[in-house]
Design a protein around this ligand. Structure first.
Ligand code: PHE
Length: 456
């Protein structure tokens, strides 16, 4: 084994990635990447706001029409090119400019990692505070509590812990680190989620929450909801920043990428759905208003858990769930620049993981200090540093990365169908979606996000 690995590493200098996932390991790692904070707090909220089950249906359509075709394309490029998120494009066409487009997605991943670690750190802090009971004191104001935490220096400590864990798992390698970590945590994640679902659905008044989440209201669907659903399908499947491409480069040839695509899409959907069944019944049962994002997870839910019998335990489980979701996503994000450094500069995996974790940490510190901390009042151009990082990556760079993938697979690389294992109708349908439908829709989402297209 170790001999194989040593000779493999030498060979990788010329021929591309040699590390491999097992088949289930790959699917679990990809589900780990896609199931993240997006599923846990963003999806339930936007579903509740945009018409419940009606929006859910729309989201499924967006997943099928845009999300899954791009997911398949990313994995196909990775496996076909057997390189990092830049080298794969180059390996398949021999054209430098495609490699340069790919490089942009590596930069995107690096930037996302820097602030994603901040939020992941908050979830760790809340897990500890909840299990120890420190979070829940008589008469606490949870909004106040979050703001005072976020404005101090503890977030930086927890951000460092996240980078340490992420870097450590990555340093252990694809099968010994990433795969192992996901194989343990993803099933554990499902068990915790089901326990919490059972708890929340049996609370008095849970039905009001279920109804807010799922009652279909087609009158709330409009063009805006369609773009929200699309944007979220994109983010939720971790597309447009080289993640699925890099994971794809570790997949065995005999694995069916089509089946993997369906499994990942289904997994993402199921986790998001159950997250909604946990969050809303809990919040509504205690007569609280569901906030959005940070407000929902770190203010409304702690207030609900504080009133629940054994709330410290269920609250702890909930934040642990968020922490796992965040960490398994973080690993897939950091792997993107690590794979690049290993290939480009011939660094060992350990060295790449250590150096990039430290760099990501340093670049993320200003984000960590800008949510109420010493940089809290620094709002160049009307946004905090944290919000700028989120905006530029999620709304500008990720759609751009997605566009590069669709155009590359649809127009530049002629053998994508063979690598993806698609023929006949399925190949034609995939190409149509990649060549025409997805690029148009991505451009619409982009124009909407930056405020050029406005509804209402
Ligand atoms: N898919 C993750 C989520 O739903 C976020 C993510 C984006 C992870 C991009 C990796 C890459 O939260």
């Amino acid at each position: 084994m170790s001999n194989d690995q040593t000779s493999g590493q030498a060979a990788s200098k010329k021929t591309g990635t040699v590390e491999r996932f097992t088949s289930t390991g790959f699917i679990l790692a990809a589900i780990g990447s896609s199931v993240g904070l997006g599923n846990m707090w963003k999806f339930p909220y936007i579903t509740g706001k945009h018409g419940g089950a009606a929006f859910f249906l729309l989201f499924i359509i967006c997943l099928i029409v845009v999300g899954l075709p791009i997911l398949l394309a990313e994995m196909t490029i990775g496996r076909g090119g057997r390189g990092n998120a830049s080298a794969s494009f180059f390996n398949l066409t021999g054209k430098k400019y495609w490699g340069a487009f790919g490089l942009l997605s590596i930069l995107t991943a690096f930037m996302i990692m820097s602030y994603y670690a901040v939020v992941a750190g908050w979830t760790l802090h809340y897990t500890v505070e909840s299990f120890t009971g420190l979070l829940f004191q008589e008469g606490s104001d949870y909004k106040e509590k979050f703001l005072s935490f976020a404005s101090g220096y503890w977030p930086i400590f927890w951000q460092a812990v996240v980078m340490l864990v992420t870097g450590w798992v990555i340093a252990k390698g694809v099968s010994g680190g990433i795969e192992k970590f996901n194989k343990i945590l993803i099933p554990g994640f499902l068990i915790i989620l089901l326990i919490l679902m059972f708890r929340s659905l049996t609370l008095p008044g849970a039905a009001a929450g279920v109804s807010f989440f799922l009652k279909p209201d087609f009158s709330k669907l409009d063009a805006e909801s369609a773009l929200v659903a699309l944007g979220h399908a994109f983010f939720s499947l971790s597309l447009g920043m080289g993640c699925m491409l890099t994971y794809g480069s570790y997949v065995e040839k005999r694995q069916s990428l089509g089946t993997a695509t369906l499994a990942i899409g289904f997994g993402d959907l199921v986790y998001a759905f159950i997250a909604g069944l946990v969050i809303f019944p809990t919040v509504f049962s205690y007569g609280l208003q569901p906030g959005e994002g940070v407000g929902l997870a770190f203010m409304a839910l702690p207030a609900a858990f504080s009133q629940m019998p054994f709330g410290f335990f269920f609250g702890g489980l909930f934040f642990l769930l968020l922490a796992i979701a965040a960490l398994t996503s973080a690993i897939s994000i950091l792997e993107v620049p690590v794979a690049y450094a290993m290939h480009k500069w011939q660094w060992s995996r350990k060295k790449s993981a250590v150096i990039l974790s430290i760099l990501c940490f340093l670049v993320g510190v200003p984000s960590g200090l800008s949510v109420g901390g010493v940089l809290g009042d620094f709002h160049p151009g009307g946004k905090s540093i944290f919000d700028w990082m989120d905006f530029v990556t999620s709304y500008v760079l990720m759609p751009f990365g997605g566009l590069v993938v669709t155009l590359f697979t649809g127009y530049a690389w002629k053998k994508a169908g063979e690598e993806a294992g698609l023929k006949g109708f399925w190949y034609k349908a995939w190409m149509f979606l990649l060549r025409v439908v997805a690029p148009i829709l991505i451009v619409c989402v982009f124009l909407h996000s930056v405020g050029i297209i406005k509804f209402s």
